[in-house]
Every structure is written in C-alpha cells, then in structure tokens.
Design a binder for this molecule. Sequence first.
Ligand code: UD1
Length: 430
Amino acid sequence: MDRIRIIGGAPLKGSIPVSGAKNAALPLMIASLLTSDTLVLENVPRLSDVRMLKRILNNHGVGIGVAGKRPGETVEDGERVSLSAASIVDTLAPYDLVSQMRASFWVIAPLLARMGEAKVSLPGGCAIGTRPVDLLLMALERLGASIEIDAGYVIAKAPSGGLRGGEIDFPKVTVGGTHTALMAAVLANGSTLIRNAAREPEVTDLAECLVKMGARIKGIGTATLEIDGVGKLGGTTHRVLPDRIEAGTYAFAAAMAGGDVTLEGISPTLLQAALDKLAQSGAEVIDTGTGIRVRSTGRDIAPVDVTTEAFPGFPTDLQAQFMALMTRANGTSHITETIFENRFMHVQELARFGARIRLDGDRAIVEGVPSLKGAPVMATDLRASVSLVIAALAAEGETMISRVYHLDRGFEGLESKLMRCGAQVERIRA
Ligand code: UD1
C-alpha cells in the first residue's frame, strides 16, 4: 500500500486549480442510466471512486469513452467522459462492486425508473456511522415501487405502468435521498413533490443536468422540488461543478501552514459558511473573481466554534480539516458533528501530532497547542485522512501517512497540487 511522506513547517505559496467535484460527478455519471442517448460529462476528476463507478456502470451495459487531450487542455482539466446506456443489459448491482462505494447504491433509482426493476446490494463506503438507506427506499416507495430486502440485496419493482408521481417528505435532509428521488421522479408518470430536499450544490448540479436532458424540475436550489415526469430523456453535455470540499481543504491548509494560496476556478458562494469560519480564525480570505485567495501567517490562529449542518451550513466533509486547523489555535474551540455519528476517527490520529482533543458525545473540545510534531499516522476515511495531511504540512519534521488509498478516492493530484505551492510531499509506492 502506498504511503505519503510530508516534511512540514514551510509556508504554502502558489495557486491550485480546483478539480471537478467527486460528489457531483458520481450522481451525474449515474444519471446516464436514464437515457439511451449519450451523456457527455466534462471536468470529471481522476479519482478511484470515479474509476470504480465506471466499472459498475459498465456492468449494467453503459459504454464509456474518455476523450483524448484537446488543444489547450492541461493535465489539470478533468476528463471528458461519454456515457452511453443505449441498452441496459443487467439491472443487478452486485455486492463486490457496491460494497466499495456507498454512492453506487444510487443506481437503484434510474434502473427502476427506466427498466421497472433493480436488484442492488446494500452499500458500503466510508466507515462513518451506520449510514442507512431507509429514506432512499421510502422515496422510491412513495413513487409506487415495491421494495423487498433479501440476503443483503434490495429488490425494487415498479408497478406495471411504471413509477408514478407522489409526495416525498424527507424527515431529515439527505443528499443521497434527494439524488435518488430526483432520478426516479423525472421518468415517473405524473408530478412529484419533494419536501425538505437537500440544497447541496451537487444536488443542484444534478438537477440542472437533468433539465438539460429534458426533465421538468421546478424549485432547483430550494428545499422544495416539483418534478413533472416525462416519457423519455435525451443526451446532453454538462460540466461537473468545482469541488468545494477540495477547495476548503487547501484553504484550511494554507491558513494552518501559513502562506498565500489562490484556489483557481471556484466561487466563494459554494463554501461561504466554511470561508466565514476561516476568516474568523484570522486568515485573510479574498474573492479574486476567478477563485479564492487565502493569506495567513500561520500564527495567532483564533479559536472558532463550528457545528456541521446541511448546506448552506458548515459541511461535515470539512469538519476533520477544520479540527486540524483548530489544534493550533491560541485557545479552546468546540466542534459539533450533527450529520454523522462516529465521524471523529481523526481525533486519535491528530493526537499523535501532539494535538489536545477531548470527545464528549457529538462534540470535540479542541485545546490549541503552540506547535505540532510530525508522526507516523494512518488514514481512516476520506476526509479524516486529508486532515492528517493538513496537520503534517504545519507540523515540525516528518510525517508518514499510511493507507493513503482513502485519499485517492477523493483528492485528484494531491501531491502535485501541494508541491506547486512549495510543500515537501512525496508518495512512496508500495
Ligand atoms: C453525501 C456525500 C458525503 C457527505 C454527505 C452529507 C456523496 C457521494 N457523499 O453522502 O460526502 O458527507 O452527503 O453532506 O455525495 N440518512 C438516513 N437514512 C437514509 C439516508 C441518510 O438516516 O436513508 C442519514 C445519514 O445517516 C446521515 C444523514 O442522513 O446522518 C445525511 O446523510 P446523506 O446526506 O444521505 O449522506 P450521503 O448522501 O450518503
């Protein structure tokens, strides 16, 4: 297994191009199952989760092509991927594929909507809490599907005339639930109302792509979505939204290690709550018009309390990274996780750098220390592991991070992006 060695202590200076968002690319790729025409996605990040989803979609019969480099394109531009589900050959998503990535469970919705049936393994993914799928299944049932669970598989069947519109009230905000409900409703007979829909930018990106494919959706970007089902969707070309979590991660890294970093190609509005907290901690955050510039001395970091919330609140996917920043604050901060239980696995690894963190239920109490020291640490889940990278960049001396396959699931070109800013980062291949 690959490892990453980081020699910390140097400020970060330079610019980082922000990649396409993993969490937008995955549902967009899955939406290709809704049409027999070709869906072309631009700016798809090169990540192991994307590769895994290509395999899963291949298995259903989706033909996938990746365009070669075009004039003017650099390695920072994501891939241009064409997905063509002219005929779906298999409505089964098997355990060995789905268990590796939770989002792949979402194929259940387009398979059911277009083919009238789907058999999908219950999902796996990051070990952050129980992460049930009850609300996703509730949404499908509200559209007339029958659901049976047998030997670890969900077997979903549409009524003989196909799915029909209905009312879906989510008791809590769920991104995957909203993606699933949208993809099922766009091809259902009649209209569907989704209440308490997730407003995450990745949901909006999916909805906008579906509209380009011919779907009729009102209320995009709000908590109430109204969908008028259509008989058929067509192909389109869509550019994947920039990754707000990647941008926030490097913004926090610059604030902690000190320096002057510009994140190119992302609007601050995609992560305003996180940038507001960053500014409160003392970093200078500037909207450049084409990106976000973060300047910091890396010293005198003010303690700031954070509570994770659904969008537009502070994202749970930046909680671990913000905690890393707070370990060096000059005071005590409180970080409350309300979205996922058990999403504090980074705490014991951060302690290996000398951080002082206590856990009290869903709250972490972080007592800032003047400096961190490099240490051997282990990546646990995707976002937790990048918090270790941030801590390592700011720590004195050498850090060796093992199990970096977690990072490869969600951060495109991590080492090269950090090296552009002067960081000493090296991948040691197994
Ligand atoms: C997505 C993101 C993930 C992010 C999360 C919250 C992708 C690929 N993943 O995950 O990075 O951290 O949104 O912003 O986009 N829940 C239920 N029953 C369900 C579904 C969810 O109780 O059927 C709960 C979950 O356990 C969690 C909360 O709802 O407590 C939110 O989860 P959800 O928004 O669905 O997360 P994902 O879509 O899995």
